[in-house]
Design a protein around this ligand. Structure first.
Ligand SMILES: *Cc1c(COP(=O)(O)O)cnc(C)c1O
Length: 432
């Protein structure tokens, strides 16, 4: 049986997460239900943090990419674990502010930050604004003048690395809406320009080459190109870059076919390249940042559904419909992402039939898992879709006016709601 580190089976033969019986949680909080193992999230944070401390001698920082899963509790966890935060919108920034996150450790990303978002960021003294384009830079320069504040920036660079992953999440190549191209000289040009602007303090450069990446080579190549770029900037323009942010994108195990490397090994390899090349090029080792999102939260979360209609189309397919779908997990309809599911009772039961697990939305494409071998499943049974801790709650919508499920966290055998279930009343609260 494919499983996750935080899952187990108890004496009642029920699935457990963080030691807590999933069927009990479903009874108490109803379904659909997102459940996350907080201890496991914290463990993942520590794996990253310890590796950075070890391989960069304390001169490194992990930023949790909050777009994977953002809420007040998650911001607090990241802070308590000594991580910084990557935010990509005013809403994520606002969440961090309200969670009391130390603003100097917040990095603001995005290819089209609005004037209001930049104002919110600058007035709250966000640690870095990761500049994506010239328009943004000119707005920042003006803001800095009008608010009499120095704005500390980093630059989003396209290192021209083609990470072997789904096209939609390939962002390091030149044909990308994000950032400045390194190979065409665009990146150097914008940094020289920024250097001439008053109120803009150049701190770092950043790249993010994609997501759900399993190979280490693209990360090594990116690190190499970025260090060379930093050294070139120093040689050609006399501009010193103190910080290199290497982005996120480390793959996780969604199904038995996925084989991610150990994240601390990853960091060890990358640090080798970074340290060697810095020395060779005669630059001092920049502060290194990394921004994992998915790999911190995805393997710590499951979504529990109740099975409704079971529709067998003879000779064609059996649809098992559940009480959620693309509204709480749009990743299949967006990327044909693959997931694994288990029955909550008797999770180790042998698969006996290929079925398709479908959602309840009015879209034929509203599928959670296509063609999965499942044990016998009947209406009323609970099933758990695994590794849904990232990009599920954060991508959920109210399509079909379906209220979003709550998020429950388990920790030390206890459980607690961290995001409440939406009500029908919530759905109409902005309707006038
Ligand atoms: C999405 C994103 C991340 C996190 O990616 P994961 O695949 O979730 O690790 C980090 N940095 C930036 C700039 C991103 O856009």
């Amino acid at each position: 049986m494919f499983t996750m580190e935080c899952l187990g089976v108890n004496e009642k033969n029920n699935l457990t997460i963080g030691g807590v019986d999933v069927s009990e949680l479903a009874k108490e909080y109803k379904t659909p239900l997102y459940i996350m193992d907080e201890d496991h999230i914290r463990r993942n944070c520590r794996i990253y943090k310890n590796a950075m401390d070890k391989y960069y001698g304390g001169n490194g920082l992990i930023l949790y990419a909050s777009k994977a899963f953002s809420c007040l509790r998650m911001c607090r966890i990241a802070n308590e674990e000594g991580l910084g935060l990557d935010v990509v919108s005013g809403g994520e920034l606002y969440t961090a502010i309200k969670a009391g996150f130390p603003m100097e450790k917040v990095y603001f990303h995005g290819n089209n930050k609005t004037p209001d978002e930049l104002m919110l960021a600058v007035s709250n003294n966000v640690g870095r604004i990761v500049v994506d384009n010239k328009y943004e830079l000119s707005m920042l320069s003006e803001l800095s003048g009008s608010m009499k504040k120095e704005v500390r920036v980093s630059f989003r660079i396209k290192p021209g690395i083609d990470a072997h992953t789904h096209d939609f999440v390939k962002t390091g190549q030149i044909d990308s809406k994000f950032g400045f191209a390194l190979d065409t000289g665009e990146a150097e040009e914008i940094i020289r320009y920024a250097n001439s602007l008053k109120g803009i303090k150049i701190e770092g450069v950043h790249c993010h080459i994609g997501s759900q990446i399993f190979e280490i080579e693209p990360f090594l190549l990116a690190a190499e190109k970025m260090i060379s770029f930093i050294a070139d900037l120093k040689d050609n323009a006399g501009i010193e870059i103190k910080e290199l942010n290497l982005g996120g994108g480390y793959g996780i195990k969604y199904t038995a076919d996925d084989d991610p490397v150990q994240y601390d090994e990853f960091i060890r390899h990358v640090s080798g390249v970074v340290c060697d090349l810095s020395q060779k090029r005669g630059i001092s080792l920049p502060k290194i940042l990394m921004e994992p999102g998915r790999s911190i939260v995805a393997p710590a979360g499951i979504t529990v559904y109740t099975v409704g209609a079971v529709k067998e189309i003879p000779g064609i397919r059996t649809y098992i419909s559940v009480d959620g779908g693309m509204c709480d997990n749009p990743r299949y309809i967006l990327y044909q992402s693959k997931y694994t599911a288990l029955t909550v009772n008797n999770p180790a039961a042998k698969g006996e039939k290929i079925v398709t697990i479908a959602g309840k939305c009015c879209e034929s494409g509203d599928i959670l898992i296509k063609d999965i071998k499942m044990p016998h499943v009947s209406s009323g049974d609970l099933i758990a879709v695994l590794a849904t801790g990232a990009y599920n709650y954060s991508m959920a919508s109210n399509y079909n006016r379906i209220p979003r499920p709550p998020v429950v966290m388990v920790r030390g055998g206890k459980h607690e709601i961290v995001v409440a279930r939406e009500s029908y009343e919530d759905l109409i609260k902005n309707d006038l």
